[in-house]
Design a protein around this ligand. Structure first.
Ligand code: FCB
Length: 440
């Protein structure tokens, strides 16, 4: 085994389709569940939507030029399923395909490796109307879409990420009702959890047979829950969070098992042979990490608990997310020690801090720089300690539509003025550019 810290390392930055593209009614695109949800009253702060977002659909050349200037060698973006397959399945839409063709070619021309996420939560509405991820047929629909997409772009795209953060999609979208499709139903949540794992496994199998040179992975949000108070109930619920949020996705993929404590809830949806499909040899495991989470028992919540703000003495971002780089290092070590892991890529990490524009075109985001510096060093420490980490992607390249919170949470290293759509490089952009020059 080579020493992981001697292996090549990729620096990158990330975005997602609904959060940046806009142009929701152009080029033959139909609605996704996020269009529907965002246009439902009271779901999104200030009734904002992704209708225009960063207008990346029209400004992708300017954005690729910025990514090139940043000096990263990799860019993670997601494909809008409903732009490629407006009916959710069947014939690809040539105008949707053309947009991604142009984007991928622009990236290649700039020497940037595309990492393509196939599903970053924007399910075609037409498939939601048939049950979405609560319906087992989704595994077939998703793997068909994945295979078609890989055949369309696989001559230039080799790195494929099946899903983005299935735990967030399952939990916030199907148990808490705060993300699309807006359900708060335990049965829907457990069905969705299993069908995400199944769809992912089928897609990996399919893509593997299309091109043996593909580098296949998926992206999990791994965030440890800790009890928010001294009660036994909260301690139990923190454990439940860890089972449902972390191990119900790491387990089926890496070991073919659900955690013992959740199996009875998921069993009704498992058919013989499923766990052989969910367990796949992948080339890399994408990990998104922002913060550990504080869990409090709440018998009224769908799953019996809620996430609360960290205790007052702990440092936090403007999102009330705890800042704790040492925990990030320990988490990476713990995933590495508990699972027989493929190489890890940090596919998202970053922070929302309120930014102010100084003068015409300066954003002095010192707190974001301090955050990134702390987390990147923590990751490098884990790597020095033997965790095989091959890349790190900042979330996010651009300020964007941050789901139920609309445009308020600014995560970008590039500021976007959502009235004029002007891009402004923040200090963190220059900091990251210089950092990666020094750490090739
Ligand atoms: C992650 C999502 C990403 C973005 C960041 C802040 O959960 O994958 O789209 O919202 O959080």
């Amino acid at each position: 085994m080579p020493d992981p810290s001697s292996l090549p390392f990729l620096w990158g930055t990330a975005t997602a389709s609904y959060q940046i593209e806009g142009a929701v009614a152009e080029g033959g695109r139909t609605a996704s569940i996020w269009d529907t949800f965002a246009h439902t009253p009271h779901k999104i702060e200030r009734a904002e939507t992704g209708d225009v977002a960063c207008d990346h659909y029209h400004r992708y050349k300017e954005d690729v030029a910025l990514i090139r200037e940043l000096g990263v060698k990799a860019y993670r973006f997601s494909i809008s399923w409903n732009r490629i397959l407006p009916e959710g399945k069947g014939k690809p839409n040539p105008r949707g395909v053309d947009f991604y063709d142009r984007l991928i070619d622009a990236l290649s021309g700039a020497g940037i490796t595309p990492f393509v996420t196939l599903f970053h939560w924007d399910l075609p509405q037409t498939l939601q109307d048939r049950g979405g991820f609560t319906d087992r047929d989704i595994a077939g629909w998703f793997s068909e879409y994945a295979a078609r997409t890989a055949m369309l772009f696989g001559d230039r795209v080799k790195h494929w990420i099946m899903l983005n953060e299935p735990s967030v999609f399952a939990c916030l979208g199907h148990a808490m009702g705060v993300h699309a499709p807006g359900l708060a139903d335990p049965k829907a949540f457990f069905a969705t959890t299993h069908h995400l794992n199944l769809a992912q496994g089928m897609a990996v199998k399919g893509l593997r047979s299309i091109d043996g040179s593909f580098q296949l992975g998926t992206t999990l949000n791994v965030q440890l829950g800790v009890a928010a108070d001294d009660s036994e109930a909260s301690a139990l619920m923190a454990q439940k969070h860890n089972d449902l949020w972390n191990d119900s996705f790491l387990g089926p993929l890496l070991t073919g098992k659900y955690p013992d404590r959740v199996i009875s809830d998921i069993e009704p949806f498992i058919q013989p042979g499923d766990l052989e499909i969910t367990r796949q040899k992948i080339d890399f495991l994408g990990i998104n990490h922002y913060s550990r989470v504080h869990i409090k028992a709440n018998p009224k919540a769908t799953l019996g608990y809620e996430q609360v703000a960290p205790p007052a003495e702990l440092p936090r971002t403007s999102f009330e997310w705890e800042i704790n780089p040492a925990h990030f290092r320990d988490l990476l070590l713990s995933v590495h020690n508990r699972y027989l892991c493929p190489p890890i890529i940090i596919t998202e990490n970053g922070a929302y801090f309120e930014d102010t524009l100084s003068g015409e075109d300066k954003v002095h985001d010192a707190r974001r720089i301090e955050f990134l510096d702390g987390y990147i060093h923590a990751m490098l420490e884990a790597r020095e300690s033997g965790v095989d980490i091959r890349g790190y992607f900042i979330w996010s390249m651009l300020d964007n539509f941050e789901w139920a919170c609309g445009y308020r949470p600014t995560f970008g290293i590039v500021r976007v003025d959502f009235d004029t759509l002007k891009r402004t490089r923040k200090d963190s952009f220059y900091w990251f550019r210089d950092f990666i020059k020094d750490h090739p």
